[in-house]
Design a protein around this ligand. Sequence first.
Ligand SMILES: NC(=O)c1ccc[n+]([C@@H]2O[C@H](COP(=O)([O-])OP(=O)(O)OC[C@H]3O[C@@H](n4cnc5c(N)ncnc54)[C@H](OP(=O)(O)O)[C@@H]3O)[C@@H](O)[C@H]2O)c1
Length: 252
Amino acid sequence: MTQIVTLITGASAGLGADFARQCAAQGERLVLVARRRNELEALATELGTARALVMDLGESGAAAAVMADVAANGETVGTLINNAGFGLWGKFVALDGPRQRAMIDLNIGTLVELCHAVLPGMLERGSGAILNVASTAAFQPGPGMATYFATKAFVLSFTEALHEEVASKGIKVTALCPGPTKTEFGEVAGFTANGAFDKISAKSEDVVAMGLKALDAGRAVAIPGLVNKAGAQGHRLLPRWLLRKVTASIKN
Ligand SMILES: NC(=O)c1ccc[n+]([C@@H]2O[C@H](COP(=O)([O-])OP(=O)(O)OC[C@H]3O[C@@H](n4cnc5c(N)ncnc54)[C@H](OP(=O)(O)O)[C@@H]3O)[C@@H](O)[C@H]2O)c1
């Protein structure tokens, strides 16, 4: 008899840690994945129904290693929360090339591989849920964060397509598209310290609660917050050439 678990990537901080807290509060058993052992193990201990799996999900073969570990522990993934990700602020050419490639590997590569690994079992059981964390960055090109915005456009498009492919089979697939949210994201991305990002940031726990509610309701796309919802409609109001110029003018 296998144990049904919720697998949460990037659970050592920010949105991922709040996903863990809120899923644990719903009585789910959790597998928490990230690189920082201390943070992950402390959270697993705090929650009681979770275990930590320390892994760099940006490395080749990481998804297969996660799935092997899950199987070895007699677990089956009932819900997958693909949350691990990071951004880099700066002009494409000035940012480190290998770091941008690592971003693509994590934000896209491992996310896709994990979906591919868990879906056959979900289809067999006729149930399951996948929440992929995209961003409002998914809705337009992002000069100043070109690679990051493009990874999130991929995640949104991919997730919507997956939603359609499996919705009739009892499997829920949702793209959560947060706007600025108070986590470690800005620090990792290298935002300057003028506080603009922080001032407009939502609370992580509110974004997570909205995302889990949307997943439960079987929605394809969830955008927390009225301003973010309106912003995501920008492409209806502005031609794409103007939209990218507006994004380029936004300074952190
Ligand atoms: N905060 C925002 O404004 C915002 C807005 C829209 C979308 N998002 C998206 O939300 C998701 C969560 O970000 P966050 O805001 O919560 O940022 P965060 O506080 O920096 O958390 C990122 C999480 O991802 C993990 N992670 C990073 N690289 C990893 C790797 N190579 N292998 C395994 N885990 C890794 C980190 O853990 P370790 O460092 O321990 O590995 C951490 O747990 C991301 O996909 C991000 O793009 C954030």
